[in-house]
Design a protein around this ligand. Structure first.
Ligand SMILES: Cc1cc2nc3c(=O)[nH]c(=O)nc-3n(C[C@H](O)[C@H](O)[C@H](O)COP(=O)(O)OP(=O)(O)OC[C@H]3O[C@@H](n4cnc5c(N)ncnc54)[C@H](O)[C@@H]3O)c2cc1C
Ligand SMILES: NC(=O)c1ccc[n+]([C@@H]2O[C@H](COP(=O)([O-])OP(=O)(O)OC[C@H]3O[C@@H](n4cnc5c(N)ncnc54)[C@H](OP(=O)(O)O)[C@@H]3O)[C@@H](O)[C@H]2O)c1
Length: 271
């Protein structure tokens, strides 16, 4: 993630001074996952893939803020978020109970490394996600610019359980039917979901599929090559580390906003 960006904001001013937005929709995908939409502040400009700080007022009256990837594309008039429910998590133990009409705190400043500008031009874009790490990619695969820049966009999503794939499955299906993005994405967006702890059509960690070459075989494409392939990575620290090692092995280099290269990485959470 961007080293300059705060992940938690404990020294923030009293919550009443922070801007709020109104919840417009909430959807629960499983016992552990939900998504929600909020009104978008007029002042918020962002690039698809970036994150903002959102939260609620804590019991002590202080704001309780966490980093959240914006899951909706830059053109959407509302903002969408996709969230974990951590049983004893300070924020999500409460955030999971929000309802349409409720207010949440949202700081209208977006940052992040998972942006198209941080990559050198290429032909094939790989989006590697585990768990809620799919959120920034939910934004990018709904952005026409992604398809203007790449001939092929491959979204891989690895989760423990089948239920945790549902958000991504529905998202990919919706892109095809979307009046704005569908035409751009047609024949370009490919989806490679895998599960590790429950049976599904393709089982196992994406890292193992990359090392064995199974993913290239199943998709009918050549192995990752620095001349053509670009990558974005969003998962746990261990996942990011393993994927980076694999991408380095294929000859790709990590890039940043200030110095574009062949792949970029951001943590889906801290811990
Ligand atoms: C750049 C960035 C972007 C993020 N974007 C999202 C997002 O789009 N959606 C989202 O749900 N979370 C996201 N997070 C994580 C988020 O900031 C919070 O950690 C999460 O909402 C839980 O908050 P909490 O206060 O309930 O628990 P915390 O005290 O923040 O976390 C408690 C523990 O739960 C685990 N955990 C926290 N978040 C996750 C997660 N997302 N997936 C798996 N395990 C987790 C970790 O082990 C952590 O130590 C992001 C984090 C970063 C750094
Ligand atoms: N049923 C439950 O109780 C349940 C279900 C979901 C989440 N949770 C809670 O939510 C938290 C986050 O869970 P999560 O499932 O979203 O995140 P996660 O533990 O990071 O796992 C998400 C997916 O990433 C894979 N993965 C993890 N490390 C990897 C690596 N180094 N390389 C390749 N793949 C890797 C996992 O495979 P592996 O399975 O092989 O590790 C899993 O398929 C957990 O700490 C847990 O407490 C609980």
């Amino acid at each position: 993630m961007n080293d300059l960006a705060p992940v938690t904001d404990t020294a923030a001013p009293a919550a009443k001074t922070l801007p709020t937005e109104t919840v417009t929709a909430v959807r629960h995908w499983s016992e552990h996952l939900f998504s929600f939409r909020v009104t978008r502040p007029r002042s918020l400009r962002f690039r698809s893939g970036e994150f903002v700080m959102i939260g609620l007022t804590g019991d002590n009256g202080r704001p309780l803020l966490r980093a959240y990837s914006i899951a909706s594309p830059a053109w959407d008039e509302e903002l969408e978020f996709y969230s974990i429910k951590v049983q004893d998590g300070p924020l999500t133990s409460r955030l999971q109970h929000i309802q349409p009409g409720d207010e949440i705190i949202l700081k209208p400043k977006a940052v992040g490394t998972l942006v198209l500008d941080a990559l050198l031009p290429g032909k094939r874009l790989w989006l590697f996600a585990t768990g809620t790490g799919i959120a920034p990619f939910a934004s990018l695969i709904r952005d026409p610019e992604t398809y203007e820049r790449y001939d092929e966009v491959i979204l891989t999503h690895t989760t423990r359980e089948v239920a945790a794939l549902a958000y991504g499955e529905e998202l990919v299906a919706s892109v095809a039917e979307d009046p704005l993005v569908g035409e751009f994405a047609a024949g370009k967006l490919r989806y490679y979901p895998t599960t590790t702890r429950e049976t599904s059509p393709v089982m196992g960690r994406i890292t193992d599929h990359l090392r064995s070459g199974e993913v290239f075989e199943r998709l009918g494409i050549p192995a990752i090559n620095p001349a053509t392939d670009r990558g974005m990575v969003c998962g746990s620290l261990a996942f990011n580390k393993d994927i980076m090692e694999i991408l380095d092995g294929f000859g790709l280099r990590e890039g940043a906003n200030s110095e574009p290269a062949e792949y970029v990485v951001e943590k889906a959470f801290v811990g």
